[in-house]
Write a protein that binds this ligand. Structure first.
Ligand code: NAD
Length: 392
């Protein structure tokens, strides 16, 4: 079949196998171009390994440090008539390249929040890899089923305390419009914390510890976005921000509870960029297309792989990494410093439907959005008929 993008709202409902694999290769090439990285992890578990920051973390672990990696993701396989999700094809591409390079890689596709998937991971680690020295927690999910009660919790993207009116960009219609977001209820906040907070991260570390699969001095990190005034009403000080604050609590609890193994748990604060998760957040597509413009002009623009290489080499693999006031590995200063934010704010105040393409890096945003699904990737011929089937 010929595979062309089918965009619906903030998502593309299909994906291109060759384009996804080429994206993975580009990230591998970037990592290899950094030269051999030393003193890093050797046995890595990546939760949320198929796209975005989790995929980049897996690529840096494997192709930077030569680590064996076990990935966990939640992706749809292809059928003969329908493509799989981008994360499926990214994983197939990653496996093929890891195999060529002689690197151990296995991926379990299923619900990371469930007890069953945790048991499968433990079985696989015991059989193939042994103790892990790094656990990356990079899940982004709209819902979570509590493994003990079966109750389903949903995360929401709502302001707290008062309603919030702002501009947003509609990727599908290429339009800027106003949105009014109603404030969250106490229940919305509690449910979002259940889904995107630290409880499941702690359950993972508990399960690994119980199975004696944590190496002494094992590191673990969960990813957060902190942002600044422009995004605080919908992110930092909103329902998702409350869930992210819970990661700080969980990091401290993990360090305390796993002191016998000297586990070091960090929340890493990363920059905003185009991923499937961020495209779904109102405000973010517009904000990101403006920061791309400003940060590219400043020469500080980075994608997932560049951020994660810096996170690993500058912070995560250091014995006593520099942390911010809340104990986080802070990677986001090039976006959130006052001078850069002032430029973004000036653009934000001026931007309208008419001048959007001129004031923002709309083209860059759109290109990155298509790339997430394997489209608009250089060197890929989209006029070639393809089999959608792929496996790993
Ligand atoms: P993403 O949507 O690209 O990746 C999410 C991953 O989670 C995928 O691998 C997906 O398969 C997996 N997943 C989702 N639900 C799952 C489930 N139930 N079981 C197993 N796997 C599941 O997201 P991303 O943007 O890379 O986000 C990863 C983390 O980074 C999130 O915590 C996010 O808040 C954080 N972060 C993102 C940004 C950004 O701008 N994108 C910035 C800073 C921090």
């Amino acid at each position: 079949m010929l595979i062309k993008p089918k965009i619906r709202g903030f998502i593309c409902t299909n994906a291109h196998p060759v384009g996804c694999s080429a994206n993975v290769q580009q990230q591998i090439d970037y990592v290899k171009a950094q030269g051999a990285l030393s003193d890093g992890p050797k046995n890595v578990l990546v939760l949320g390994s198929s796209t975005g920051y989790g995929l980049a973390s897996r690529i840096v672990s494997a192709f930077g440090y030569g680590a064996s990696t076990l990935g966990v993701c939640f992706e749809k396989p292809p059928s003969e008539r329908k493509t799989g999700t981008a994360g499926w094809y990214n994983t197939a591409g990653f496996h093929a390249k890891a195999k060529e390079a002689g690197l151990y890689a296995k991926t379990l596709n299923g619900d990371a929040f469930s007890n069953e998937l945790k048991a499968q991971v433990i079985e696989t680690l015991k059989a193939d890899m042994g103790k892990v020295d790094l656990v990356i927690y990079s899940l982004a999910s709209p819902r979570r089923t509590d493994p003990e009660t079966g109750e389903v919790y949903k995360s929401t993207l709502k302001p707290i305390g008062q309603s919030y009116k702002t501009k947003t960009y509609d990727t599908d219609k290429d339009q800027i419009h106003e949105i009014a977001l109603e404030p969250a209820s106490e229940d919305d906040i509690a449910q979002t914390i259940k889904v995107m907070g630290g409880e499941d991260w702690e359950l993972w570390l508990d399960a690994l510890d119980k199975a004696d699969l944590l190496a002494d001095g094992c590191k673990t990190t969960a990813y957060t976005y902190v942002g600044k005034e422009l995004t605080w009403p919908i992110y930092g000080q909103a329902t998702i921000g409350k869930a992210k604050e819970d990661l700080d609590r969980a990091a401290a609890a993990i360090v305390h509870d796993k002191a016998n193994k000297n586990v070091q748990a960090y929340v890493s604060s990363l920059k905003a960029l185009v991923t499937q998760a961020s495209s779904a957040i109102p405000v973010m597509p517009l904000y990101i297309s403006l920061i791309y413009k400003v940060m590219k002009e400043e020469g500080t623009h980075q994608g997932c792989i560049e951020q994660i290489v810096d996170l690993f080499t500058d912070k995560l693999t250091k014995t006593q990494p520099e942390v911010d006031g809340l104990g986080r590995l802070y990677m986001n200063d090039k976006e959130t410093n006052n001078a850069t934010q002032a430029k973004i704010k000036a653009l934000w105040d001026q931007v309208t439907q008419e001048n959007f393409h001129e004031l923002s890096d709309y083209a860059g945003y759109h290109h990155e959005f298509l790339k997430l699904f394997g489209f608009d990737v250089s060197g890929v011929d989209y006029d070639v008929e393809l089999e959608p089937l792929a496996d790993w």
